[in-house]
Design a protein. Structure first.
Length: 65
């Protein structure tokens, strides 16, 4: 699956549950919340004051490691 700004948190966690560690390390602590599961990376980045493109690249780097 291709990871984009439109990928949801739920989709990411289904691909690799360990991605939760990356997200919590940058301050996204409500991963289990039902609304967070449907939130896109772009929406999550906006809520947490992050750049969505940087977040996507960080996640891709983690997934490739």
């Amino acid at each position: 699956m291709r990871i984009t700004k439109n990928t949801t948190i739920g989709e990411l966690l289904q691909m690799d549950p360990e991605i939760g560690n990356v997200l919590t390390s940058i301050g996204m602590h409500c991963l289990g919340c039902p609304s967070a599961q449907r939130e896109t990376l772009e929406q999550a980045a906006d809520v947490h004051g992050l750049d969505a493109d940087d977040l996507v690249e960080d996640i891709k780097g983690f997934m490739e490691a």
